[in-house]
Design a protein around this ligand. Structure first.
Ligand SMILES: NC(=O)c1ccc[n+]([C@@H]2O[C@H](COP(=O)([O-])OP(=O)(O)OC[C@H]3O[C@@H](n4cnc5c(N)ncnc54)[C@H](OP(=O)(O)O)[C@@H]3O)[C@@H](O)[C@H]2O)c1
Length: 231
């Protein structure tokens, strides 16, 4: 395969929602615990999240003062494979809106902590943001003019960075882009026994009809079910 193998790993409600208050209620704790345990046990080369999820989970809205950075030409910045860590947090951030304070994820969970950040950008990113990323030692690649071309991004992640397997960990919007690009090879769904709000987002925004085969199903305590499908 000319791109990394992609496993979409998510916590969902019974009605297939992936955002909203249900995730933070005590009834969802068991599902979340299993989700993080599986995230670690997959031993993938890293994880992908959309800009909104990265902001909510890791950067918390901080942004650098770009006037301090010189603009840089819009070309990929990829250190040599030897200089790369082998464990990655891949941010789908088309406009370059994420402010990182380090080139690694800071998190106690070894499934996330110390992952080397990679920014996937489009030509909409401010050239001074590239100056900032480079000064931080954060690799970045370009894939598309306005929207990120998923296949082109994945081709670079595999061929220029040697990444073979990635967990796609939401949210709904980035998952939808991957589904429509026919780039979801496997689904790992930890289903919490709850119904979400009508306004919460589905597993895939703007989904397309797609068929999968059930590979495995497991029942856990407190009514949690894990469903594993492959393309
Ligand atoms: N249930 C779970 O397991 C789980 C896991 C993760 C997250 N979540 C939840 O998901 C929610 C966030 O999800 P979300 O759907 O709102 O957002 P998201 O998918 O995290 O991020 C969406 C943003 O990512 C950028 N993006 C991603 N792919 C792109 C592409 N191919 N082309 C252009 N832009 C692209 C865009 O950024 P710009 O807006 O900058 O253009 C887009 O608005 C949070 O509430 C979080 O709690 C749940």
């Amino acid at each position: 395969m000319n791109r990394p193998y992609i496993i979409c790993h998510m916590v969902t409600s019974i009605d297939g929602k992936v955002t909203g208050d249900f995730l933070f209620r005590s009834e969802c704790e068991m599902a979340t615990e299993i989700y993080y345990e599986m995230n670690r046990s997959y031993k993938a080369d890293g994880f992908i999240c959309g800009r909104v999820t990265m902001e909510g989970s890791f950067t918390n809205g901080w942004y650098p003062d770009l006037t301090q950075y010189a603009p840089i030409e819009q070309e990929d910045y990829i250190p040599t494979k030897e200089a790369l860590s082998g464990f990655y947090a891949v941010a789908f951030d088309p406009k370059g809106r994420l402010g990182w304070k380090s080139n690694r994820i800071v998190d106690e969970d070894p499934g996330y902590g110390n992952a080397q950040i990679i920014e996937v950008l489009t030509k909409q990113a401010d050239p001074r943001y590239l100056g900032y990323l480079k000064s931080m030692g954060i690799p970045y690649i370009f894939a598309g003019e306005k929207e990120i071309d998923v296949q082109s991004a994945l081709f670079k992640l595999k061929n220029a960075m040697g990444i073979n397997t990635l967990l796609l960990e939401g949210g709904s919007v980035v998952n939808g882009y991957f589904l429509r690009a026919d780039a979801v090879d496997e689904l790992s769904l930890v289903v919490s026994p709850m119904i979400a709000e009508g306004s919460d987002k589905p597993l895939f925004t703007d989904s397309a009809v797609s068929d999968y085969k059930l590979k495995e199903i497991k029942q856990y305590e407190k009514g949690v079910v894990w469903m594993n499908y492959i393309k």
